[in-house]
Design a protein. Structure first.
Length: 276
């Protein structure tokens, strides 16, 4: 039986913005499976947002290749790829393109020439999915940052994109807005089996993902499941990543010869950390 292709393959991708500057990415390789939630962690300048731009064809790899379901990303295929990828950007004010919530959700569907009757049905369906059905006639300046990001996600769901990229989509939100978006992404992944790529420097967010890449100076320095990555305290410190208190507490216990022997305690501490 033929093995299915990964949803996304990055193969020895190299990119720099200017010839006299260091590489933004150098020989970066990874795969994303269908329905997987991948978090790409790194401090400012690590190369993580460059990956997002390469994924949607805003930048072109100078070396290496990017594949979607085995199809190479090129000038000839980029338009088809973009129809299947939705991206939520960092600044919610830049994300909102309509004069109200209803039009913002409709914007992408109009560009895809979806019939009006179908479009109106989708606006109602997906505004409800993100709990914004009571705000359809509201103007953007009356919404919180978290609400604007939820509207952006509704527009992506309405287009039935298989891949959702969140490029620091919670970095400008308050804790309540961040929790709103995190809970929504978890719900979307479970209900719709979307492939999620989250670009972030927030370990608490990355903790919810299936798999993590840690970037530093354009290189992947660690990858694996959250628990396997986060156990490396020196790596997190050297990458200038802020470790949440609940995770610091778990790591201290994990490195204690006495506490680490109690498997039930360690599992309880990890579950406690996941809820924070």
């Amino acid at each position: 039986m033929k093995k299915e292709e990964p949803m996304i393959t990055f193969e020895n991708v190299t990119f720099k913005y200017n010839m006299n500057e260091p590489y933004a990415l150098e020989n970066v390789s990874f795969q994303v499976e269908d329905g997987q939630w991948l978090s790409i962690l790194g401090h400012n300048g690590s190369g993580k947002s460059t990956i997002a731009k390469l994924l949607i064809g805003l930048l072109e790899a100078q070396q290496g290749s990017i594949y979607y379901n085995g199809v190479k990303l090129t000038e000839d295929t980029v338009d088809a790829v973009r129809k299947n990828v939705g991206i939520v950007f960092q600044n919610p004010d830049n994300q909102f393109v309509g004069y109200n919530v209803r039009y913002d959700i409709a914007f992408g569907m109009e560009n895809h020439q979806i019939p009006r009757k179908e479009m109106l049905e989708k606006i109602q369906e997906f505004s409800t999915k993100v709990d914004m059905q009571d705000f359809l006639d509201r103007e953007p300046q009356t919404l919180s940052g978290g609400q604007k990001q939820r509207v952006a996600i509704a527009g992506i769901l309405a287009l039935n994109c298989d891949i959702i990229i969140l490029d620091e989509a919670t970095s400008m939100l308050d804790p309540e807005g961040t929790k709103e978006i995190t809970d929504l992404i978890i719900d979307i992944k479970e209900k719709y089996n979307k492939t999620i790529i989250m670009i972030t420097h927030d370990l608490a967010l990355a903790n919810r993902s299936d798999y993590i890449l840690v970037l530093k100076n354009g290189h992947v320095i660690k990858e694996g499941k959250p628990k396997d990555v986060f156990i490396d305290r020196e790596l997190l410190k050297s990458s200038n990543l802020d470790v949440p208190f609940s995770l610091r507490f778990y790591l201290e216990a994990k490195h204690s010869d006495i506490l680490n022997k109690d498997e039930r305690l360690m599992e309880a501490l990890w579950e406690y950390h996941l809820k924070k």
